[in-house]
Design a protein around this ligand. Structure first.
Ligand code: NDP
Length: 272
């Protein structure tokens, strides 16, 4: 029997995480023996948990989700430039007694858009709704993709303004809604998505092939996707990003990029 690697995802809440299912499928396809568990960990137990988890030689890595991504960027370890810049970590990989800290949310989003939705960011008009950790991880990546311009809309305007200041040397970023050219892509990075608190955005310029992408996902249509449904037929939720960010994490642990399409199909089938 091959060595069994210990992995898991840390968050709070964590009960409904699909990560154990996704990583178990990746590992089975790649013939890698893993145990991947969800761990509900409070803020105060976070550092101790990580320390104890990695004392076991079989422990290969962890995913980090809400609300711990910022805190994980302060862990002792070797942090990637991207994770350091956005101050968020969603993947920890253990190698030769060191912890490597990464973020795979931004690249997960880009991979899903480019590979599965055939979307090119070049010269496109993008609206990001939200200014939290996921919005910044996406902004960091799309700012490098030669977009035409990126608008950021957030409930707390000062947080959108912080991102605009930070990224204005990398792209055209602003907080005003576009008044001339319709948006090519609108991404909902707000966690209001699932709670039903999503508020429709008035006077927004769209066209028939505007892509609407909700980072949130569920077995039923999210409020954002419902709002978009009479505006375009290019409407997606965050299931694809979820699988791709997981695939990039898996790659950090095992240096192989797992098969994603069948895993996405299986998740889609759960909705039917
Ligand atoms: P953060 O907590 O960092 O940011 C939350 C954002 O949502 C902030 O902009 C916040 O605005 C906004 N928000 C929260 N509640 C409301 C509300 N009632 N009305 C309007 N805006 C609100 O979270 P993340 O950025 O990490 O995650 C955002 C969402 O994306 C989550 O639901 C998460 O599950 C999902 N996600 C999905 C991924 C995937 O792979 N599909 C990957 C990562 C995240 P304010 O600044 O005003 O507080």
């Amino acid at each position: 029997m091959s060595k069994k690697y210990k992995l898991g995802v840390l968050g709070n809440p964590i009960e409904h995480s699909l990560s154990p299912f996704i990583h178990s499928r990746f590992a089975r396809n790649e013939n890698i023996n893993i145990e991947y568990l969800p761990f509900k960990v409070s803020d105060s137990d976070f550092e101790l948990f990580i320390k104890e988890f990695f004392t076991d030689n079989a422990s290969k890595g962890l995913n980090i989700t809400l609300p711990h991504k910022n805190k994980a960027a302060d862990l002792e370890g070797i942090i990637s430039n991207e994770a350091k810049y956005i101050n968020a970590v969603n993947t920890i990989a253990s190698n030769k007694n060191s912890l490597f800290l990464h973020t795979t949310d931004g690249i997960g989003f880009i991979s899903d858009m480019q590979n599965n939705k055939s979307f090119s960011f070049m010269n496109k008009n993008v609206l990001l709704i939200g200014a939290g950790a996921s919005a910044e991880s996406i902004l960091y990546r799309i700012a490098k993709e030669k977009t035409s311009q990126i608008s950021i809309l957030n409930r707390t305007k000062s947080k959108a303004d912080r991102l605009i200041r930070k990224y204005s040397n990398m792209a055209q970023v602003n907080s005003d809604l576009e008044s001339e050219k319709p948006y090519d892509l609108i991404v909902n990075c707000s966690s209001a998505g699932l709670t039903g608190e999503f508020k429709p955005i008035e006077n927004i310029l769209t066209k028939k092939d505007t892509h609407f992408y909700d980072l949130n996902y569920s077995l039923v249509q999210t409020p954002f996707c419902r709002w978009a449904s009479n505006k375009s037929d290019k409407i997606f939720d965050g299931m694809g990003m979820l699988v791709f960010q997981a695939a990039h994490s898996f790659n950090k642990w095992f240096s192989v990029f797992p098969e994603t399409q069948n895993v996405i199909k299986d998740l889609e089938a759960m909705r039917e």
